[in-house]
Design a protein around this ligand. Sequence first.
Ligand code: HEC
Length: 233
Amino acid sequence: MKIITTLLITSVVFIVGALGLAYSGMVDVSASSPHSGFINWFLSTTSHASIERRAKSVVVPDLSGKSLAQAGVNDFEAMCSGCHGAPGKNPEAMGQGLNPAAPDLAEVAARNTPAELFWATKHGIRMTGMPAWGATHKDAEIWPVVAFMMKLPTLDAESYQAFLDDAKGKGHHDSDDGHNDHVEADASSDDHHTDEQGDHEHGDHDDGDSHTDGENAVKEEPDHKDDGHDHEH
Ligand code: HEC
């Protein structure tokens, strides 16, 4: 009986403590301060184990052959490289501010199975910046990206660019099919990178008139849409 009472009191103290902590505002939720080593380990171990377990039921189609990977490279450039970067390319501003950071997918592809890559891409990773692409894309649109990711460990900046050049018009985020408007980058936007990169360095992020102020950010939204291409790297 004594043990049960002790356990009960301990759980009540624990629950009240957890609620107190939640309401107190003491927990720092900012993306600019990193998790502690233990929390980092805990989250990444949980995430990898979860992906590994769930990927076991994924049926992998034939990914060999260059054409499927070619169908995926434009989509990779448009949908993934902004956060993850690509061979010879750093992540864009959005990707640089993520916590946890979006890993280099060449390294991820080298140590994961296609089923695991597919699962993570389709379902996303909760409480991180990794979106569930399955919410907007069919499996048949995700597999080409997986096929391309399997090629990533072998590509450098030059061969990545060559892959993009070879794949013009392929995939659903290619430059001519009108679908690329819901994402910013595609193979054809490289000119912007070189021409307009300077615009981006001007540091208007610091003067409080755009990204930091909620109200102004809303007012300025149309601008952001119009000039979205300026912000690419
Ligand atoms: C908005 C930013 C963002 C975009 C866009 C994005 N990702 Fe991610 N992705 C992340 C983050 C952040 C993580 C790390 C999550 C974590 O630490 O658990 C991640 C993790 C992953 C992982 C799991 C990595 C691992 O270690 O197992 C895969 C696979 C992945 N992304 C693939 C993609 C693909 C493919 C695309 C494009 C279709 C994409 N991501 C687009 C942010 C993004």
